[in-house]
Design a protein around this ligand. Sequence first.
Ligand SMILES: NC(=O)c1ccc[n+]([C@@H]2O[C@H](COP(=O)([O-])OP(=O)(O)OC[C@H]3O[C@@H](n4cnc5c(N)ncnc54)[C@H](O)[C@@H]3O)[C@@H](O)[C@H]2O)c1
Length: 284
Amino acid sequence: MAITRVGVVGCGLMGSGIVQVTAQAGFETVVIEANDELLKRGVGRIRQTLEGLTEKGKLDAKAKDAALARLSGAVGLEHLKACDLVVEAMTENQALKNETFAKLDTICPPHAILATNTSSCNVTAIAAATKRPAQVLGLHFFNPVPLMKLVEVARTILTDDAVVKTSTEWVRALGKVPVQTKDATAFIVNRLLVPYLLDAVRVYEGGLASLEDIDQAMKLGCGYPMGPFTLLDLVGLDTAMYVAEVMFEEFREPRYAPPALLKRMVLAGHLGRKTGRGFYTYGS
Ligand SMILES: NC(=O)c1ccc[n+]([C@@H]2O[C@H](COP(=O)([O-])OP(=O)(O)OC[C@H]3O[C@@H](n4cnc5c(N)ncnc54)[C@H](O)[C@@H]3O)[C@@H](O)[C@H]2O)c1
């Protein structure tokens, strides 16, 4: 099946990135937001990003104009009725996603593939909320979408092979690198990354070394671009704790349980860069 028209639900951090790369890759792209104001803000951010790239000489003006011409925004899922593929990038909430996919199922053409960008919701539950579970899968992009190459293609036990194949080819057409995984909480990257970050908090809590030395050790000793505490501050301590809790709920393994210090930092509002303070302090 050829994908020509793509819908994206949610124009926040991830949705706006997905819309940008989709429109730049030559697909007609329709983005849906919850209301006009959010839509205006989201589409405005994409326009600003593309214009910024042109100003810096990284994208020629013609390509920018063509990408913007392929992009349209609307409020209301009914505007996705002509899409071959829809990528949902709404707020992380299982009930909201299930409900949205049930609606998309009644709106989108019978051949359309319905994908979710969820990091921790249950993709099988989302698929089961539709009457086309064989055409539902996870397409997990990484932040910032225009820069990060990886997309985890997460099939459920209900997903059709042809749907995985078409979705994987579409990911490649965006210039991204797909990896195949199953619908199991946290997929590949978070399944391995989250316990590492939680262990870092535990060894710091236990007094093994300072924050700075743990970060330095993992950077220089393992060749990682940043240490675990710099990364936790970037991801957001609340987000990391939420994913850990969902993983703990799913697997019931103590190594996925958020450490006491992480919980307390979240309660204290020390969420990382976004609040100016996490493991490190930012700004003035
Ligand atoms: N932030 C990340 O690093 C990251 C990485 C990979 C995947 N994800 C996943 O991507 C999804 C979105 O995350 P985000 O960080 O972009 O969140 P975000 O809060 O920046 O964006 C979510 C957007 O969904 C919109 N929305 C909510 N209800 C809606 C509705 N009924 N109709 C249309 N739009 C609606 C919100 O207005 C908001 O703009 C989540 O499922 C998250 O797990 C996030």
